[in-house]
Design a protein around this ligand. Structure first.
Ligand SMILES: Cc1ncc(COP(=O)(O)O)c(C=O)c1O
Length: 435
């Protein structure tokens, strides 16, 4: 079948005319992506791209993974949608499966269509259970685009609300490279964690919402004691812990859910993105006790529909069958070591952080000045060489790697070789003051 692609220029023209301008894109000369195959994407001219961003941490089991697609196609041909007013099986199989793989006693799910909706629902559930109404969140956190989740979001870039909600307090992130308290780990005694006590001690807080690793915030990865300190304080004041695993879930960090690295169990966990490997879906998951506080009718029209639920079940099958959690751990360590080696060679890399295949390299000039022009140059050059990576961080200077977990060591070697050449050329440009 020959398809006549309209090409990136025509798409850009239509985008300018028909999309709300808030929808932005990467690259000065963006390509039209037309096809995906595991760790690869292809543009309309057939050029292959090694995808090291995974559609922002979504395609953990690979683009168009044939085993997932086959099951989804069969389901879509058989039964597409009913809503939860009728009984169907995939939603129940998925809920049961999630109960088995979720931390601790997290067992009951509510399905919706996105990460924002999952966080919105989790926040409501926390209010219902605690009968309290305020929330604590983190400065560099991102939790969604709805009114409440945009207000829970701490990243200024994603807070476009002209009438911000009250009753939400943000605490500084565990951003050791740029500590808000001007301290250094471990002498800091984790002030970024202990400071939550001053916020929650004499008021009406229902929950603390936090990403285990802040993805959009720039792969900010808290020290290992962080969540234990936080949990002790939350417990003392009966404030719930909501962990937003929308980016970190489903093997990304070398554990099925990232919070396991910190050895605590959240009261409510939210998931989306890789849950169904590219089919829109979100969920919040909690234990029996908290779940039983939500008894009035609640429904999401397409949440947990047979097609999305089948996609999620097939994605979890693939993650387990191909041991993608273990693979993320091993390949993540390999990539991180390579990035750390490069940090020794190039002062452009100020910090390397993250766990598993959720890694970031913060690019800086002298005195940690964000290397914003340089990161754009790196991203453009990577793209020219057939590699896609991400850009995150409150200062938009963190080169971000969240590839499908099906990548290989050879893929990593290739990316590192290309990065090396790009960083070398930046070194030369710095010498000649070209930047
Ligand atoms: C950590 C986190 N939570 C929530 C969301 C919102 O998810 P969605 O875009 O599916 O609404 C995002 C989106 O990037 C995210 O990264």
């Amino acid at each position: 079948m020959t398809i006549n692609y309209i090409g990136p220029d025509a798409i850009l023209q239509k985008k300018q005319e028909y999309l709300i301008p808030c929808v932005y894109h990467f690259y000065k000369k963006p390509m039209q992506i037309v096809r995906g195959e595991m760790q690869y994407l292809y543009d309309h001219k057939g050029k292959q791209y090694l995808d090291f961003y995974g559609g922002v941490s979504v395609m953990n089991a690979g683009h168009c993974n044939p085993e997932i697609i086959e099951k989804v196609c069969e389901q879509i041909r058989t039964l597409q949608h009913t809503t939860t007013i009728y009984l169907t099986q995939p939603i129940m199989d998925l809920a049961e499966r999630l109960a088995h793989i979720s931390p601790g006693k997290l067992k009951r799910s509510f399905f919706c269509a996105s990460g924002s909706e999952a966080n919105e629902g989790a926040a409501l559930l926390a209010q219902l259970f605690t009968k309290k109404h305020k929330f604590v969140a983190v400065h560099e956190g991102l939790h969604g685009r709805t009114k409440l989740t945009m207000n829970l979001t701490g990243l200024p870039m994603w807070r476009t609300d002209p009438h911000p909600l009250g009753d939400i307090i943000h605490i500084p992130a565990a951003y050791c490279y740029r500590c808000a308290f001007g301290l250094s780990y471990p002498l800091c005694n984790l002030q970024c964690a202990t400071c939550i006590e001053d916020v929650v001690k004499d008021s009406d807080f229902a929950a603390f919402i936090v990403e285990p690793i802040q993805g959009n915030g720039g792969i900010i990865t808290p020290p290992l004691e962080y969540f234990k300190v936080i949990c002790e304080i939350l417990k003392k004041y009966q404030v719930l812990l909501i962990t937003d695993e929308v980016q970190t879930g489903f093997g990304r960090t070398g554990e099925m859910f990232a919070i396991k690295h910190w050895g605590v169990i959240p009261d409510i966990m939210t998931v989306a993105k890789a849950l169904s490997n590219g089919t829109p879906m979100g969920a919040f998951i909690t234990n029996d006790e908290i779940a039983l506080s939500y008894t009035r009718p609640g429904a999401s029209t397409t949440g947990g529909n047979p097609v999305s639920a089948t996609a999620a079940l097939a994605a979890i099958d693939a993650i387990e069958k191909y041991q993608l959690v273990q693979r993320a751990k091993e390949l993540g360590n390999y990539l991180k070591d390579k990035l750390l080696e490069m940090k020794q060679r190039y002062r452009l890399i100020g910090d390397v952080r993250g766990i598993g295949l959720m890694l970031g390299a913060e690019l800086v000039k002298e005195n940690k000045v964000p290397a914003t022009e340089e990161i754009d140059y790196v991203l453009e050059e990577l793209k020219e060489h057939g590699v896609l990576a991400g850009k995150t961080g409150v200062l938009r200077n963190v080169l971000t790697f969240q590839p499908p977990l099906v990548i290989t060591r050879d893929d990593i070697d290739r990316v590192i070789e290309i990065l090396n050449d790009i960083f070398l050329s930046i070194k030369m440009k710095w010498k000649t003051r070209a930047f």
